[in-house]
Design a protein around this ligand. Sequence first.
Ligand code: 3PG
Length: 211
Amino acid sequence: MENKQKIIHDIMLLAPVIPVVVVEEVGHAVKLAKALVAGGLPAIEVTLRTPVALEALKAIAEEVEGAFAGAGTVVTPAQIKQVEEAGAKFMVSPGVSENLLDAADDSPLPLLPGTATASEVMRLGERGYGHMKFFPGSLAGGAPYLKALSGPLPDYRFCPTGGVSLANAGEYLGLQNVLCVGGSWVAPKNLVEARDWDGITKIAREAAGLK
Ligand code: 3PG
């Protein structure tokens, strides 16, 4: 577990933003990932929300040099096996269940589990987790809420996701308990559909420049 926590810690420090991508067409996957990596965002969360998600994850893992492709929206033990086979380097979940945590214990891949309350953080801490996704970040209370958690629970590190944008990412990134943020704003649907890969690289570069 300690080793997996070190791996996820290092992945969270690769860049200030982990893009959350929803791939609708498998033919977009490699180009989208290359555009994000070119903009300075190597860790990419491919959400398991579309029929082609696993195929997209595999293509990015195999073909995009410099990318750290992870699987997002991992909610069942069966999906853990699938994303291992697809070549994911990490997994992200919106929340946790005991079954999911048991399966994650048996997986070589690190999991960034979703949490939104002090009790959830403490439960995950008991299971060996020090790094978590804070979801849905803005609706769960945003940066002031996360700052409040750092008082009684100073040793946990978070990646807020959900409602994060260029406008509010800096507020989160200024907190002592935030290592990076996650968001879909860096891969907007309209630009992906238009295959505007340069446009995506430009947005990624802005995000990569956040402190
Ligand atoms: C997630 O899956 O983490 C969120 O749905 C991403 O949230 P966003 O679209 O508000 O960035």
